[in-house]
Design a protein around this ligand. Structure first.
Ligand code: ADP
Ligand code: MG
Length: 780
């Protein structure tokens, strides 16, 4: 009978029979037909054979050919067929949270199942996974975390690392770990999947692993660069210096500064700069009947995008438009602008959608739907639509030429990267998105000479980010010597940047002198923020002033909620200064602003409050949600008591908050000398430094603190400090640095170095007596 069958039939067969029922339904038939039409299907047998015969293979193929949704399924199906359905465990990593979720949902739907049956997903703080889940999509960070507790990935039969061409830091890191793991797990299969054709690099990294290419099919795409876009759409170019609009010129100057900074920061940008100079393209403005805007290499031209979109909607054939932007914030800005437009904001004619890492999944599904007849779909997307997500009906692509890392779900939350030029490979990828269903068009909103100056491939993330978080992770995964480990990477970072990171971790007390993880270091590795911010959180929890500290940390890891519009800068600065009162702290100003917003929210006047005070609602909301995540994590790791009454006992104590901020930001300190008419600030490495004008400490006649701790310094022409807080001598002595480094003596030696440099030997005496007092205490 059926009941008996259920009991005695092996689970693998149960899975199989369910599949058969689904495949026989009309819907299932249709789905199967679709799946068979994908280019990957023709390669199915060859791929499966290659996987069974080799421990590692590299699979490449045009985006949309079926790598992500099909290949893991082929493996699952063949395992079920071979009666190993109940014992196989396939893990497929995605660089982004949102793609792990959307892909798993799609694959479950293709199998006629609900999520959490044979297919599931797991991302930080969220997941859908059942007892029978055999195919798990997760973020790369999640797999790295699993390796923390399960070094050999026991029970896992297949690891699929997707989107390796992106060369994210986590992926490069994971590849080193897996390369070490393979000899210990000879039956484990590793499949690397990449969109573009640099498969050879990965193949040789894994000792000449075989590569399989899935030949794709795309239609030709006509390419336009800025020059002919302007011509086509009726824009006129005028040299920039013919405009004597003071405001505009001011903007230009600021951008010049940013440009100089970028030039130092990145080689890629400087080639673009040079190319523009050579082509004499740097000084141009774009004038239409209605508006004047200047195209320049340092900003996203919202008016230009609007203009091009109008042109397509009015003049071109039907088909969805995909616009590549750099991130969540400029997508929102553009969306607001377009919604106010008479044509583009008309829902009867245009369906305007956003696609970025932090959107809701309900919103995300709309992207794949076909709009009603006569309605044009416009999707504003980040670079995740380059490869991880495929929108089928796209015919037009508009490419702003830049990209920025979104850092919401990343294990190492590196905040606030500047938008930078994409690579030629990325531009080609963006262009290719237009030719999926028929011949398409691509509008690159930059001159051809800029494109020609792009790097071939983007520099791997490992080589362009600070390594503190990564080094911490290497230690918490017990992977041995940091520099030895990193020397085995696909492309190793410079020894100096590794050395800097290690020294930094020692200074803040995450590593001891022998590079071993301390207890603090272990706790920091659990928190998804930079080590210094993690330290601040932990101190906030220990000293029971958690709420304000969580606000500071969330603010520093999302972005600054204080808006500084160019034309109302003075007003905005004085609005911010009001929050500072006499506290001489940008961090406390942020806390006050956030607290005020929460109160206003409760009175239903959150928007007015933000408008009045030049605050970004979006950013405050993001801070709000990040705070909630921090709280859960701190509670889970036991750093906050389950009885949570205590953790805000001292939250009103401004001095304590200051101390905790100091504990986190040290060694980011500068000395303050108040002069008659000015204030001189100095750091040990840079000598004299300046404050950004939007700091609350920039406009005051005098700073009544001998020190400022700061979050970040940026070199433009001089060194500028961003976000600072005044700190007293005693706070610095007690909270600056790491008492456990070399014991109290070691601490004294290090602080002594600082104090001597700043010619404050008297403080060292104070410190010695303080230290004696502490030692007495310890003896008692
Ligand atoms: P690849 O990983 O090679 O870029 P995918 O496996 O992601 O390709 O996608 C294969 C095809 O499946 C795409 O061309 C698209 O048509 C379809 N597809 C993927 N995800 C969805 C979805 N969520 N909804 C509808 N179709 C989808
Ligand atoms: Mg894919």
């Amino acid at each position: 009978s059926a009941a008996m069958e259920k009991i005695f039939r092996p689970k693998s067969l149960q899975l199989r029979s369910k599949q058969q029922i689904w495949q026989e339904s009309t819907e299932g038939q249709k789905m199967l037909e679709f799946r068979r039409s994908l280019p990957a299907f023709k390669e199915k047998d060859a791929l499966l054979t290659a996987i069974s015969e080799n421990q590692v293979i590299v699979v490449s193929g045009e985006t949309g050919c079926g790598k992500t949704t099909q290949l893991p399924q082929y493996i699952l199906e063949s395992e079920i067929e071979a009666a190993r359905g109940a014992v196989c465990s396939i893990i497929c990593t995605q660089p982004r949270r949102i793609s792990a979720m959307s892909v798993s949902e799609r694959v479950a739907a293709e199998r006629g199942e609900k999520l959490g049956e044979s297919v599931g997903y797991k991302v930080r703080l969220e997941g859908m996974k059942g007892r029978d889940t055999r195919l798990l999509f997760c973020t790369t960070g999640i797999l790295l975390r699993r390796l923390l507790i399960d070094r050999n990935l026991k029970g896992v039969t297949h690891v699929i690392v997707d989107e390796i061409h992106e060369r994210g830091m986590n992926e490069d890191f994971l590849l080193i770990v897996l390369k070490d793991l393979l000899p210990r797990r000879p039956e484990l299969r590793l499949i690397l999947m990449s969109a573009t054709l640099n498969a050879e690099l990965f193949s040789s990294y894994f000792g000449g692993a075989p590569t399989r290419h899935i030949p794709g099919f795309t239609y030709p795409v006509r390419t336009h660069f800025l020059e002919n876009i302007l011509e086509m759409t009726g824009y006129r170019l005028t040299p920039y210096n013919q405009i004597d609009d003071y405001g505009q010129e001011k903007v230009w100057k600021m951008q010049k500064q940013a440009q100089a900074l970028r030039k130092r920061k990145s080689q890629i940008a400087s080639t673009v700069e040079d190319a523009l100079e050579a082509a004499d393209f740097k000084e141009c403005s774009i004038r239409t009947q209605e508006s004047l805007s200047c195209w320049n290499p340092d900003s996203i031209g919202f008016n230009l995008i609007e203009h091009v979109l109008c042109h397509i909607v009015r003049k071109e054939r039907p088909g969805a438009i995909l616009v590549f932007m750099t991130g969540w914030d400029d997508i929102n800005t553009l969306k607001d602008q377009l919604q106010a437009h008479p044509l583009l904001g008309d829902p009867g004619r245009v369906l305007l959608l956003a696609c970025h890492g932090s959107m809701a999944s309900s919103e995300q599904r709309l992207i794949f739907d076909k709009p009603e007849d006569g309605v044009r779909k416009i999707v504003l997307a980040t670079n995740m639509a380059e490869t991880s997500i495929t929108i089928n009906d796209v015919v037009f692509v508009v490419d702003c030429g830049k990209a920025k890392e979104t850092s919401y779900d990343a294990l190492n939350n590196t905040p606030c990267l500047l938008p930078t030029w994409i690579s030629k490979a990325a531009a080609r990828q963006r262009r290719g998105r237009a030719g999926r269903v028929q011949p398409g068009e691509c509008y690159h909103l930059y001159p051809r000479c800029v494109h020609d100056a792009f790097a071939d491939y983007q520099l791997p993330e490992l080589l362009r980010t600070p390594l503190q978080s990564l080094c911490l992770q290497i230690k918490s995964l017990q992977l041995g010597s940091i520099s030895q480990f990193l020397s085995r990477a696909l492309q190793s970072p410079e020894p100096l940047s590794v050395q800097n990171a290690v020294e930094y971790l020692k200074v803040i007390g995450a590593l001891d002198e022998n590079e071993n993880l301390t207890l603090l270091g272990r706790n920091l590795s659990m928190l998804p923020v930079e080590p210094k911010l993690g330290k601040m959180l932990i101190f906030g929890a220990i000293f029971n002033c958690l709420d304000p500290i969580m606000t500071v940390v969330a603010g520093l890891s999302v972005r600054d909620p204080f808006l500084m519009p160019f034309d109302k800068k003075d007003l905005a600065e004085s609005a911010k200064a009001q929050f500072s009162g006499r506290e001489y702290s940008d961090h406390l100003a942020l806390v006050r602003a956030y607290e005020g917003w929460k109160v206003a929210e409760r009175q239903q006047s959150g928007y007015e409050y933000c408008w009045k005070n030049f605050l970004s609602v979006q950013t405050l909301k993001a801070i709000d949600s990040l705070r909630k995540q921090f709280f859960c994590l701190l509670k889970d790791s036991g750093l906050v008591d389950h009885n949570t009454d205590n953790c805000n006992r001292w939250s009103h104590d401004e001095h304590l908050i200051r101390a905790v901020i100091c504990a986190g930001l040290f060694p980011g300190i500068c000395s303050v000398v108040n002069k008659e008419k000015s204030i001189t600030l100095k750091t040990m490495e840079d000598g004299q430094v300046l404050l950004y004008s939007n700091s609350v400490n920039a406009a005051v006649p005098k700073i009544p603190y001998p020190w400022l701790v700061f979050n970040e310094k940026v070199k433009v022409n001089s060194v500028f400090l961003r976000d600072s807080t005044g700190v007293s001598d005693s706070l610095l002595l007690l909270f600056g640095g790491n008492i456990s480094r070399g014991g109290l003596d070691g601490h004294l030696k290090m602080l002594g170095g600082y104090l001597e440099f700043f010619m404050k030997p008297a403080l060292a005496d104070t410190y010695i007596s303080l230290k004696r007092g502490l030692e007495e205490l310890i003896r008692m």
